[in-house]
Design a protein around this ligand. Sequence first.
Ligand code: NAI
Ligand code: A1CAB
Length: 273
Amino acid sequence: MQRVAIFGYGNMGAAFAKALHRQFPDARFLVAEIDPGKAEAARQEIGAESLMLDAPLSDRSLSSLGKFQPELLLLAVKPFQFADLASGLRRHAGSSLVISLMAGIDLAALAEGLQTTRVVRFLPNLAAVVGQSVTAVTPHTELAVEDRTTAMTAAEAAGMAVQLPEDLISSLIGLSGSGIAFAFQFLHALALGGTQAGISYPQSLEIAIATVEGAAAALKTSGIHPADYVTRVCSPGGTTIRGVAALEQHGFTAAVMQAVHSAEQRSRELERE
Ligand SMILES: NC(=O)C1=CN([C@@H]2O[C@H](COP(=O)(O)OP(=O)(O)OC[C@H]3O[C@@H](n4cnc5c(N)ncnc54)[C@H](O)[C@@H]3O)[C@@H](O)[C@H]2O)C=CC1
Ligand SMILES: O=C(O)[C@@H]1CCC=N1
C-alpha cells in the first residue's frame, strides 16, 4: 500500500485512514475534504497532503488526483454526497481500486456512478479507530484476484475482515456497523444503573467496560453458549435472576433484536432511494 486517496475525513474516513496509516506507515495519503478543519486534522494525524474540494470535483483537483496516482481510492462521504462526487471522479476511477465505505450505495450503483467495476464495498464499524473493526468486504463480481487481495489487506488493517455476499451487507450493518452504537448504549445504561446504585458515573463506566470486556473474553475463549453463562451467574432465588427478569419485563431481548432489524431495514431503504 503506497498511495491512498481518501474522500471524506469524517468519523469513518478518519478512523479507517488512521488504521491504514498505523499498518502501512510508509504509505502516502491524499485527503479530499470540503471542511478545512478536517483537512487540517488529516494533515496532522496521518501526514496527509490535502486536496480541498468543491463538489463536483474541479479540473484542478482532478489533475492533482491524477498526478498522485492512487492505488486505492477510499470513499467515505455520506451516501447522499456520492452523486456529486461520482460525476467528477468518473474520469479517474478506473485506474485505482475504489473502496466504498458508504452504507446504502450498492455495487451496481457504484459501478454505474463511477463507470468502472474496480469497486469493492466495505462495511466497517467505528472500532476501526483502534484497529478493532469488523469489516464486511464485498467485491464486485468482476474484480480481479489481485484487487481482491489488496482489498482484504486494507480491511484487515482495521481489524477483522469478513467476506459477505452483498445481500447480507444490510444485515451486517444492523448487527455491527450500527450495532456498535447499541453496545455503547448498553454500556452507558449499565453505568447509569451503577450511578443510581451509588457508584460515581466515571467509576461505574470503567467497571461496566471491564465487565463487558470480561464477558466477551469468556465467550471468545471458552466456546460456551451465552445463555449457558447467564444461567451460571443466576443463583436460585438470587440477585441476577431478579435483574434478568427485569430486563425481559422491559423487553430487552425484543428491543435489541428490533434495533438490529430496524437498522437493517433502513439500510435496505437507503439502497432503494
Ligand atoms: N460512522 C460510522 O460508524 C459508519 C459510517 N459508514 C459510512 O461512512 C460514510 C461516512 O460516514 P461518517 O464518517 O459517519 O460521516 P461524516 O459526516 O463524519 O463524514 C463525511 C465527511 O465527508 C466530507 N465530505 C462531504 N462531501 C465531500 C466531498 N464532495 N468531497 C470530499 N469530502 C466531502 C464531509 O466534510 C465529512 O467530513 C457514510 O457513507 C456512512 O454510511 C459506514 C460504517 C460505519
Ligand atoms: O448510521 C449510519 O447510517 C452509518 C452506517 C453504519 C453506521 N453508521
